[in-house]
Ligand binder design. Structure first.
Ligand SMILES: [Zn+2]
Length: 332
């Protein structure tokens, strides 16, 4: 089991072409970071000691300059394949994260019985049906074996799942108009960043046991279609106090009927902000200074919500990032 070289080469350009990025719906960025970094090093487009901003126009341009027309054609085929998987997941109404299915697809297609398979519509239907709702990882692998005759050693399974996890964790959700607004408001802000780590917005509750939905692509609870989710949903009873994840100043208080419901945004300085949505009530006003012990709001189900929870976002320089990654690092 190895990462297919052709796919790797093709993947390089997904990040380089905004149009292609749109074709794959931004879904593939995480996979690319995991899979193609070594190729990018070979291309000499990055310094190994530096963190890579794959989204920067300079980075895209640098990579695209290193692509041959052949590689661009491969990329198109790659983008089409990834999109076909995502479309099939939507068509079957499954909850599996498309990125996970896509990473497993790339691994499966590189194994022996699969290499010469043609991938028509029926193939995608079969492949995606291996990920029924509620199935654990072992069941998924067993389904793939039953359907396609591919086998995996325990080591290979672990490696594939690790890749899935990294890819899912590094996927990014596109900013909305509100994120852009927050980014603009913070752009001229000179407040130094709070040195405190990001903490759980709930006190006395283990946030990990409250998670009902994670950041990234998921099945929309209303439409059943795959959609982007810019935050972490933390379920708790109505009225549960919400505390700022870090000290700061209240940047925005608002009501968004079709979305966040009652929400509050806290500025933590240094371009960092957090957002708390679907609150039953907001207890602070714009401009208030808050500590990690200030009750800023209470859990509710206002706006576009199916139950009592706090929709929690970490926004850095106007871009929503994966809150779980931050909380796992600072509030394990
Ligand atoms: Zn949410």
């Amino acid at each position: 089991m190895a990462v297919p070289v052709v796919v790797v080469k093709a993947a390089v350009a997904v990040v380089t072409n905004p149009k292609l990025l749109k074709i794959v719906g931004g879904i593939i960025l995480g996979i690319i970071i995991v899979i193609i970094a070594p190729i990018a090093i070979l291309l000499g487009v990055m310094n190994t000691g530096q963190s890579i901003d794959w989204n920067s126009p300079e980075m895209r341009q640098q990579v695209v300059d290193n692509m041959t027309p052949e590689q661009k054609a491969q990329l198109q085929a790659f983008a089409d394949t990834m999109q076909a998987i995502e479309d099939e997941i939507t068509a079957q109404g499954l909850a599996v994260n498309p990125i996970k299915a896509q990473v497993i697809f790339l691994c499966v297609m590189d194994t022996d019985p699969m290499k010469d398979r043609t991938t028509d519509a029926a193939f995608y239907t079969d492949f995606v049906s291996c990920f029924p709702d509620g199935a654990d990882d072992d069941t998924v692998f067993a389904n793939l074996t039953a359907k396609f005759g591919v086998t995996f050693t325990a080591e290979e399974k672990a490696k594939i799942l690790q890749m899935c996890q990294s890819a899912v964790a590094s996927q990014t959700v596109a900013p909305t108009a509100l994120h852009d607004q927050i980014g603009t408001m913070l752009a001229g802000d000179t407040t130094p960043v709070s040195a405190e780590p990001f903490a759980s917005p709930f006190h006395g509750l283990d946030w990990k046991t409250c998670v009902t939905s994670t950041y990234g692509t998921r099945k929309d609870p209303f439409t059943g279609e795959t959609a982007s989710h810019a935050g972490l949903d933390l379920a708790a009873p109505e009225g549960t106090p919400i505390y700022p994840s870090k000290p700061g100043k209240v940047l925005l208080v608002g009501y968004d009927e079709g979305g966040y419901g009652n929400y509050v945004v806290i500025n933590h300085g240094g371009g960092q902000a957090t957002l708390y949505g679907h609150c039953s009530e907001i207890l602070v006003a714009e401009g208030d200074n808050v500590t990690v012990d200030t009750v800023i709001a209470k859990v509710g189900s206002t706006g576009r919500s199916t139950g009592n929870h706090c929709h929690f976002e970490i926004i850095i320089d106007g871009k929503p990032v994966n809150p779980k990654k931050y909380l796992e690092a600072t509030a394990p």
